[in-house]
Write a protein that binds this ligand. Sequence first.
Ligand code: GDP
Ligand code: MG
Length: 441
Amino acid sequence: LSERLSGVLDRLTKQGALSEEDVKTALREVRVALLEADVSLPVAREFIKKVEKEATGQAVTKSVTPGQQVVKIVHDALIETLRGSEDPGALKIDNPPAPILMVGLQGSGKTTTTAKLAKRLKERDGKKVLMASLDVNRPAAMEQLAILGQQIGVDTLPIVKGEDPVAIAKRAKTQASLGGYDVYMLDTAGRLHIDADLIAQAAAVRDVANPRETLLVVDGLTGQDAVNVATEFDDKIGVSGVVLTRMDGDGRGGAALSMRAVTGKPIRFVGLGEKMDAIETFEPERIAGRILGMGDIVALVEKAQETIEAEQAERMMRRMQKGQFNMNDLRSQLEQMQKMGGMQGLMGMMPGMGKMAKQVQESGFDDKMILRQIALIQSMTKKERANPALLQASRKKRIARGAGQEVSDLNKLLKMHRQMADMMKKMGKMGKGGMLKQAMS
Ligand code: GDP
Ligand code: MG
């Protein structure tokens, strides 16, 4: 049985690289998925083109079909595109009182989001926050903010009838300074559609308030229109981030990708309901999964990849226990290191390797060096790789020359190999329990 099984696996392994045809076929489906998620057509097209180039020629993980592999590549590319800033939830609020301007269309969720963020700033960051409604078109809107303020225990600027938005913004600023507030939030009026008036009003407010953050609030259920809205607001007002609301609904959030791709502005928060706690910082992984709607496939490919890595690690462990560690093993270690963010990254991940990481750093071992060492190993014959003891002076010269390096470089590599082989032998003998004990000591 196991022979037959390994035969099957072998054949699957030999699937090799993604062909142009594989990629094209899979991307046709992805394209439909993106459009269904309300990603705008030009953005979907551009995105597909980019992924097509990236995916063609990439290796297919064994036990996964080319189509599944492409979906995983698309998923990762989506996350990459959606990821805006390291810490989307960190608002710029130093230098109190820091003004935050909220803009967007009517009904997008500005007033609700203003209150949600105020609550968050108060509770998480211990900030003293003042909220002001600049929505003079609808008296009920000013009331709405005042009521929310009471609910969450955040002050609102007293309502004065007949004031224009600029006057309110000025008053909010004064009040925030006098009252010792850390942050003041300006909740502007919206319209159902963008018009010159709305933009002019927001611009005038921006000019007096000089906001540290200008957050554009967009309904996550709007699809194609989101791009126009975001472009217009960003061009005319300048936004520092986007809040995507109504993501508790069944909208798939394609607007996020469109806006991010077109304006380059980061998505900062996601609104997940009408309640005051229903807001979260933006996580590209979650939205990516939702936009693509192919979570099962992504999980499947990830699982396959993990399995293979585990198999490789196990094979290595078995060799270690037998005291075998040749140049092929060293090479795969070096390649693995490179993949995992170089020496520093790798050592950081291995328990008990702290001291070695430092030694390595001191010896000037960097990522370029990894490539040079791989080149040396590549310059060896198959026999030499399997049995480094063969390497005498003349062979060393040939290998070093082949890699465009000095024999002294090769000697360093050999020394490292010997040290690692020794260490592996010890670790192998100790077995798992021993290793753990050592790591913890
Ligand atoms: P504004 O006109 O932009 O100020 O929008 P509002 O803040 O008044 O919100 C309009 C409606 O959308 C209100 O009924 C809110 O309760 C609702 N709303 C806002 N954000 C969310 C959200 O994230 N999810 C859901 N389900 N409803 C929301
Ligand atoms: Mg409002």
